[in-house]
Design a binder for this molecule. Structure first.
Ligand code: SAM
Length: 263
């Protein structure tokens, strides 16, 4: 890593602890039948154990300077794309997988949240995510109603399955060392949702959390451009804030709004 110019703008905090890298593969419950998507291959520290464990790996890396290093690894079951994953159509990304696949990555911290939303919204083949994220983001992903970190990301993740923090990782294992600690989150996607259901759910959650201090009533009035009286006619307590509703209550609210043709 000596001569490489780390680019902070790409969230380049690399790993080189072999035991930790193997543990991440274990956290993802990988077998030789699995197809894996890695986002942010870096110098290949995680790509190598992934390629030894899984049947096939598709890895994305935005930094063209890493191209030669990665291609020189000569990993026979790995396909590299030197592209910005956020700019690539999710269905195109998924054309590389014959069926279900697992996302395993030490994610660049600056795209973690948009990336999770992108895959939750658009993916049709993703079966699980095992991702290294900043500790604070991990806490937001797994938070339940009443937790300090509970918010749109937590509700959205529980709409699709169950996420757990499976490993705490100190900042000292990264090169260069970031400012905060990290954790590995394992997220199993268990619920199949239709495109309409997904779109409506994300719209509702976005509206409900728009101004966290406002009641659902006020946020939904603004978001749905409806009169208060109309929303108050629903058999649902809208005088609470979004952070007081769990995922099931969001689903009930969505069903009521859809039944009444308000969404
Ligand atoms: N996997 C390597 C490791 O564990 O050592 C590197 C992890 S590092 C935290 C994140 C990597 O993601 C960096 O190599 C960075 O260049 C890459 N990256 C950042 N933004 C990206 C994007 N939008 N699309 C693809 N790769 C990206």
């Amino acid at each position: 890593m000596k001569n490489f110019n780390f680019k902070k703008k790409y969230g380049q905090n690399f790993l080189n602890d072999k035991n930790l890298l193997l543990s991440i593969c274990n956290d993802a419950n990988l077998t030789s039948k699995d197809e894996v998507l890695e986002i942010g291959a870096g110098m290949g520290a995680l790509t190598i154990p992934l390629s030894k464990t899984a049947k096939k790996v598709v890895a994305y890396e935005i930094d063209q300077e890493l191209k030669e290093i990665l291609l020189d690894l000569n990993l026979p079951n790995v396909t590299f794309y030197f592209e910005d994953i956020l700019k690539k159509d999710t269905l195109k990304i998924e054309q590389d997988f014959s069926d279900k696949y697992k996302l395993v990555a030490n994610l660049p911290y600056y795209i973690t949240t948009p990336l999770i939303f992108k895959f939750l919204k658009e993916s049709v083949k993703l079966s699980s995510m095992t991702i290294m994220v900043q500790k604070e983001v991990g806490e937001r992903i797994v938070a339940k109603v009443g937790d300090k970190s509970y918010g749109a990301l937590s509700v959205s993740c529980s709409f699709f399955g169950e996420a757990k923090i499976v490993r705490k990782v100190p900042k000292t294992v990264f090169v260069p060392q970031p400012e905060v600690d990290s954790c590995v989150v394992n997220f199993k996607i268990s619920s199949k949702r239709s495109d309409t259901e997904k779109n409506k759910f994300f719209d509702l959650v976005k509206m409900a959390f728009k101004s966290r201090r406002k009641t659902l009533l006020n946020n939904l009035c603004e978001g749905l451009k409806l009169k208060k009286e109309k929303l108050l006619s629903l058999d649902f307590n809208l005088l609470r804030r979004a952070e007081q509703l769990d995922c099931q209550e969001f689903i009930s609210l969505l069903n009521l709004l859809s039944d009444k043709g308000m969404m």
